[in-house]
Design a protein around this ligand. Structure first.
Ligand code: URP
Ligand code: ZN
Ligand code: ZN
Length: 486
């Protein structure tokens, strides 16, 4: 072995995976991890980690980038600003959406998202396909786009402009099954929400705090139950997005207990904020759907993450500035219904979770790695390259300053919203150095990567998306009088 064996050597870190921690060196060549061990030979670049935690780069598998919202307002971020904030927060892979709005050509808009990401992104990316208009042309497009590396399809059960009715949901589930793609869903009961919104607005209850009231708690559990029933009928795995209530988490736990391939995620806003935050003068900043809930829900979500009933924590980064170009497009007195849903989170996700899980001791640091990197890599079929520190994997790495105390302020914001939903808290632990495929992209907290330097990650649906092979009675030829329904 020559004196300079590695392009990059990270020396003497405490290397953390979802199952182990070990103090060792990491040798990187050609963008990949090629050695783990003690006293490795020199590298062209050497970073002294000196016992600090080294974790896999985060994977944020639910974030909206350069996407038009359900109420027709464009995200504040472009791919450059969104992925810059991701990287500064320790995330090295994102999976945003190629979002079809009704009438859009799915193939054309997917090509457009690719072009924009290729120009701007600084962290690696894949795409989920959002289907809102499942015409025969869209279904044909899916047949081409999924094999081209877009192994997951998102649907909405609510939002006037986005939602599918139950028949259309079944069509998409069946198409996904045929293509081996995972289906993810925003699942809330549309009718309950629409009915409550009308009653609240008619009585003059327009302030942001009424957003939580307008989404009855039961709308989540009902929609989860209905989605899971449809997925079970088709024998198609599903991921349920942004779980916010204890009842919703219980529905998922129950389905998984019955052996169904149902996955669930939650987001920092549901772990760290509550509906009381909507009752601030600037409560519109934290309007998102499903809405923020209660402290008891937070505890139920943490328990569900600990047990594995929920597998990942994503940001659901949905960035809108808090002004006339964004959340307040309908004016300073916009009703809760007129304010675009969503908040920024790409930068805050890992530091918030590190502080809660590692610094405050909610779980083990290996759980932090599992929830933020390893589980999403497996669920979204990126695990051959991403989500772990292991020989052969991409060298996507974060070196933490575990003692650094960081007061969260709007000044830290790197996205284009201009505000930090978590301002006022102080976190302990911060990503200091971030490495993407062996290249340092964040050094001492500063971005050093060029826009457009990231890579697209083509992927199929993989194991998580594979049907169980358990046909519902209606799809079982032995029990359906021989009808061929697949
Ligand atoms: O409020 C949210 N979460 N906005 C983003 C779009 C979505 O519903 O996922
Ligand atoms: Zn959603
Ligand atoms: Zn979302």
């Amino acid at each position: 072995m020559s004196a300079v064996a590695y392009d990059l050597l990270i020396r003497d870190g405490t290397v953390v995976t979802a199952t182990e921690t070990a103090r060792c060196d990491i040798g990187v060549r050609g963008g990949r991890i090629v050695a783990l061990g003690e006293d490795l030979a020199a590298g062209k670049t050497v970073i002294e980690a000196d016992g600090r935690f080294v974790t896999p780069g985060g994977i944020d598998s639910h974030c909206h980038i350069e996407q038009m919202s359900a109420v027709g307002i464009m995200n504040a971020d472009d791919f450059e600003s969104a992925t810059r904030s991701a990287a500064l927060g320790g995330t090295t892979t994102v999976i945003p959406f190629a979002c079809q709005h009704k009438g859009d050509d799915l193939a054309a808009i997917t090509a457009d998202y690719h072009a924009r990401a290729a120009r701007g992104a600084v962290v690696d990316y894949a795409f989920h396909l959002i289907v809102t208009d499942p015409t025969s042309k869209t279904m044909d497009d899916l047949s081409r786009l999924v094999p081209q590396g877009h192994g997951s399809i998102k649907i909405f059960l609510t939002y006037d402009a986005m939602r599918l009715d139950d028949e259309a949901v079944l069509d998409v589930l069946l198409k996904a099954r045929e293509l081996g793609a995972l289906v993810m869903a925003h699942a809330e009961n549309h009718g309950m929400i629409a009915w409550m919104v009308k009653r609240l607005l008619a009585r003059g209850h327009t302030a942001p705090k009424f957003h939580a009231v307008s989404h009855p708690r039961a709308s989540e559990a009902e929609a989860f139950t209905r989605l899971i029933a449809m997925a079970e009928l088709i024998d198609q795995p599903v991921m349920i997005y942004h779980v916010a209530t204890a009842e919703g988490a219980a529905v998922i736990a129950n389905a998984r207990g019955r052996g169904l391939k149902v996955y669930g995620e939650t987001c920092p806003q549901y772990l760290f904020l509550t509906a009381a935050d909507l009752d601030r003068p600037d409560g519109g900043k934290v309007i998102c759907s499903p809405p923020l809930r209660e402290a008891a829900d937070q505890e139920a979500l943490w328990a569900a993450l600990q047990r594995g009933d929920l597998q990942t924590v994503t940001s659901d980064h949905a960035p809108f500035s808090y002004d006339a170009a964004g959340k307040l497009a309908a004016g300073p007195d916009a009703t809760f219904k007129q304010i675009a849903n969503g908040m920024p989170g790409l930068l805050w996700r890992l530091p918030l979770l590190f502080d809660a899980i590692v610094s405050q001791g909610r779980m083990d640091i290996r759980d932090f790695v599992r929830l933020t990197a390893t589980a999403p890599a497996h669920i979204y079929n990126l695990a051959d390259r991403k989500g772990a520190i292991a020989i052969g994997r991409d060298a996507d790495l974060v070196i933490w300053d575990a003692d650094r105390r960081v007061p969260l302020t709007d000044d830290l914001v790197a996205d284009k919203t201009g505000y930090n939903p978590y301002a006022g808290r102080t976190l302990t632990g911060w990503p200091d150095t971030v490495v993407r495929r062996g290249e340092v992209i964040v050094s001492e907290g500063a971005m050093v990567a060029a826009p457009g330097s990231a890579a697209f990650l083509p992927r199929g649906g993989g194991e998580a998306a594979r049907p169980r092979g358990v046909a519902a009675p209606e799809f079982d030829p032995v029990r359906n009088f021989g009808a061929d329904l697949y």
